[in-house]
Ligand binder design. Sequence first.
Ligand SMILES: CC(C)(COP(=O)(O)OP(=O)(O)OC[C@H]1O[C@@H](n2cnc3c(N)ncnc32)[C@H](O)[C@@H]1OP(=O)(O)O)[C@@H](O)C(=O)NCCC(=O)NCCS
Length: 153
Amino acid sequence: MSAVPQPETNYQPMREKDLAEVMAIEEAIYEFPWTLGNFRDSLRAGYMCWLCREGPELLGYSVLMNAAGEVHLLNLSIAGNHQGRGHGRRMLLFLVDNARIAKAEKIILEVRPTNSGAQNLYHDFGFRKVGVRRNYYPAAHGREDATVMALEL
Ligand SMILES: CC(C)(COP(=O)(O)OP(=O)(O)OC[C@H]1O[C@@H](n2cnc3c(N)ncnc32)[C@H](O)[C@@H]1OP(=O)(O)O)[C@@H](O)C(=O)NCCC(=O)NCCS
């Protein structure tokens, strides 16, 4: 066992001052990233925007909108060099716990049908496919449908 203290993973609210770091990850991991304006608008609209840090390092972030007991997970992202180490699973657990504490009844999200990694993660948590939104995402050639998934809390 190492005697060197390891920095702890913690969750904290996203602020405007964090957006340069957030955008660096967003633009690195998505072919069609959110814009700076999308994040700014989310913060200004009072959406729940969370960062996950390990010490000072930003590992990932999420954006959720809570409307009338239904939480919409709009963005869940882990930095490319930290993917596949359980951070996404732990962040989703944190978000689901928070939604339960807020007495939400349901969490819904959209995911690309081609994004099997994210779908596996959501499925493990009990999210199930409840629909399709046609031509929802931009794609290399035209548009791609979204799979809509929901978790009853
Ligand atoms: C999807 C994402 C949030 C998952 O976070 P992560 O930290 O990489 O994933 P974890 O290490 O916590 O893995 C949790 C589970 O997700 C699934 N998963 C994650 N990456 C996967 C991959 N490349 N292939 C298959 N399943 C994968 C597995 O079920 C995994 O469980 P397991 O380790 O027991 O097999 C992250 O990879 C990411 O940000 N990807 C790019 C952005 C994105 O697609 N966001 C979701 C948009 S809806």
